[in-house]
Each structure stands twice: as C-alpha cells, then as structure tokens.
Design a protein around this ligand. Structure first.
Ligand code: GLU
Length: 414
C-alpha cells in the first residue's frame, strides 16, 4: 500500500503517539489536534503583462499557550492548507523544545516565486500582508522567512504593516535585513543549529573529517555545507531540485555556491560526478542532512540509506514508515523539531532585541544560540535514554508535554 504522506496526517499521528506516552487528558489532546485559527485568502496580483492572477495564501495559528504565534511564510507551488497546518503544529512543538516563549504558526502562498519578477513578488507580498494584517502583530503572531522567502520579503511585510499602523513596527517580523532591525546570525541561524546538533550527535563531538551529504542547497543546505566545511568536515555530496553532485575527496561549498549562482544549479559542477537526488540520499556517509522540504526520506528509499546519522534541517523530511525502517537499521535521527530550531531561536533573539531597541553582537548571538541548542539537544537526548524511545519521540514528548502543561494550568475557559 502506498504511504500516506499528507503532512497534517503525519503531524496528527505524531501528536497521538506523544499523547499516549504522556498520558494526557482527553480535552488537551482534542485542543492540540486543531489549529486555533486558520485563514485562507485569495490574493489578486496585477502581473507585469497587465493580466491579473489570483494566488492562494494561508496563515495558520496552532496553539498559543506559551506565547504569541511564531513561524515562517513559504512561497512554494505545493503549499496547501494541510501542509501549512502541519508546519504550524510542528512550530508549536519546536518552540517548546527550544524553550522559547511562542506558539506555533505558519504561512504560505502557493506560487512558484522563481517565475515572478521582483515587482510582482512585492505586490504579492504586500497584498497578502494586508489580508492577514488583523491576525499578525508583535504580540499576536510574528512571521519570518521560510522556503523561498528572505529578508527582502520580510522588509515588505514590515513596511506594509507599518504603513497601516502609521509608525515603523520592526518587531512584527523577524529575519529582516540587519540594518532594518534584523539580528546578526539570523540568515544562517538554522544551519548553525544544524551544525551544533551534528557535532553533538557524533560520538567524538567533532565534525572534523566526517563525510557529510546535504540534500537541498538553499538557505539551510548551503549554509550548513559552508559551516561544516569551515569546521573541517568533508562535504561529499550536495543537491538541489535539479540533481546532485558528489566527490569522495570532498567538495568546496563556496565554489559550488558560485557555480550555482552562475548556472542556476549545483549540477554539472566541473570535475565531479553529477548524480540523481535518489543516488545522493543513498550515499555512504557519516551524516545525511535533508535540508529541503517534507517527505524526502520515504519507505521507498529508507532501506537504502547508508548514513549513520540523519540530522533533519528541513521540516518533516522523514515519513513515519521511513522512520520505522531507519530505527530497524540503527540509523540515529536528530529530529526536525530539535535540529532546525536554530532559525526560530535567533528569530526570538531578534524580537527581544527589537522590543528593547537593542542590537547584540554576532559573538553574543552565537554564544546564546549555542547554549540554547546544546541544552535542547541534551534535554531531548536524556529524555530519550530515560524512556528508551527515539530522539524524535522524546522531542515530541518534550514539546507536546510543555504545551500541554501550560494549557492545563491556564484551563479551558469558560
Ligand atoms: N521558518 C523557520 C522554521 O521553520 C523559522 C521560523 C521563525 O523564525 O519564526 O523554523
């Protein structure tokens, strides 16, 4: 039977497992299953050729028992309500695992952003912002970048929101350009967190000489490749949506980045072998880092994976059936809701800096990030050992457990 890979169904299955392990009250499970608020908007945009097109946009707010909603906005043709609901739920657990005072949210627009001009992208972003205006805000819901969105898009959201308010409100979004109140390190923060988790997951706590394979060469994949390379790891394979490349001697990510900037893809990088995405996932290596989108490691390919450790830079890259296969094979998985919390953790730092009108140095941000990531890593690892469960289950137990405790204490009104 083919595997059900609807991300929201997967998120619900995970919640059920955590609920059973934690023995949560029925009412809490019932509340956690549903996002508190979901909005779907049809966004009309005047295209450069004079035509008008309508794009579907979403913002889903899961549970805000621990603080204001927080989560990125992605621009991707496959975005739909169920995906955004899953991603919002994962954000709730992620913030709780990271120990930052937020609830989970996510937004998205079903669009192939690469096919839009900058002017079209700006009109789309501003119109979408105006349509979700009432439900976002510094103490309500703070958007951030995600797949195919960046500091420029955050600046347009900030400007649109501020135009309506009548004054500049930098704390309404994170992941802004540094000169507009963005935090140092934010643009590479998710990758930095992936690096800390990779290091801690290795027996000798060093990435030096370790063979790394990275699927995806966007913000997370490219920065992870660069940071790991700078720390002496051997990046033997990388890929993007067009395919992958591999070299047993190791790639220089900076050179690959230049090649991608010139040609639009990592493939056909001179002097190395071009391979398929499937082949890339099955390379023999110490650490495999999926850093693209959901459902990359499925029951179809999990059996062929030869990595010893998987560190999930993406959200939801491994399906539940693949997970079972990996457990049987003894592959250690550092789950997404722990491994990729670096981004939202520095987003939290950005928000705190904005609210206090402060600007922290790069060293200060890195020091704080490392402390929080390492603490979260061992909180999860120790819980996994204590309960004899995987790190994924432990992370879910920690995240769901913290939110459930908050909900229980707040109570159900009326
Ligand atoms: N989009 C990122 C994530 O999935 C970051 C969210 C944020 O910074 O609010 O974790």
């Amino acid at each position: 039977m083919s595997e059900n890979i609807n991300p929201y169904e997967i998120a619900l299955q995970q919640l059920k497992i955590a609920t059973e392990r934690l023995g949560l009250d029925q009412w809490i499970y019932e509340v956690l299953k549903h996002p508190k608020r979901s909005i779907v908007v049809s966004i009309p945009v005047k295209m450069d050729n004079g035509e008008t097109r309508v794009f579907m946009g979403y913002r889903v707010q899961h549970i805000d028992a621990l603080g204001p909603f927080k989560g990125g906005i992605r621009y991707h043709p496959k975005v739909d309500l169920d995906e955004v609901k899953a991603l919002a739920m994962w954000m709730t657990w992620k913030c709780a695992v990271a120990g930052i005072p937020y609830g989970g949210a996510k937004g998205g627009i079903a669009v192939d952003a690469n096919k839009l001009s900058m002017a079209e992208l700006e009109r789309l972003t501003r119109r979408y912002t105006s349509m979700i205006m009432d439900i976002i805000g510094p103490y309500r819901d703070v958007p951030a970048p995600d797949v195919n969105t960046d500091a420029q898009i955050m600046a347009w959201i900030l400007d649109t929101y501020s135009q309506f308010k009548g004054y500049l409100v930098p704390e309404v979004v994170t992941g802004k350009p540094v000169y507009l109140g963005g935090s140092e390190v934010r643009s590479e923060a998710t990758a930095m967190g992936v690096f800390y988790c990779t290091r801690e997951a290795l027996e000798d706590k060093s990435v030096k000489g370790k063979r790394i394979v990275i699927q995806g060469f966007g913000k997370v994949g490219w920065n992870a490749a660069r940071i790991l390379y700078d720390h002496g790891a051997k990046v033997i394979g990388v890929s993007d949506s067009k395919g992958g490349i591999m070299s047993q001697e190791g790639l220089n990510p900076y050179k690959v980045y230049e090649h991608k900037a010139k040609t639009g893809s990592v493939i056909n990088f001179p002097g190395v072998k071009t391979i398929t995405n499937e082949e890339l996932l099955e390379l023999e290596c110490d650490v495999l880092i999926p850093a693209a989108i959901e459902n990359t490691i499925t029951k179809e390919n999990a059996g062929n994976i030869k990595a010893r450790i998987i560190v999930e830079g993406a959200n939801g890259p491994t399906t539940p059936q693949a997970d079972k296969i990996l457990i049987e094979k003894g592959v250690k998985v550092v789950p997404d809701i722990l491994a990729n919390t670096g981004g939202v953790t520095v987003s939290y730092f950005e928000w705190v800096q904005n609210l206090h009108r402060e600007h922290w140095t790069r060293e200060e941000v890195l020091r704080k990030l490392e402390t929080m990531m390492v603490r979260a890593f061992y909180n999860v690892k120790n819980l996994a050992e204590k309960n004899e469960v995987t790190m994924r289950e432990a992370a879910l137990m920690l995240g769901v457990g913290r939110v459930a405790e908050a909900l229980k204490t707040l109570g159900l009104w009326p």
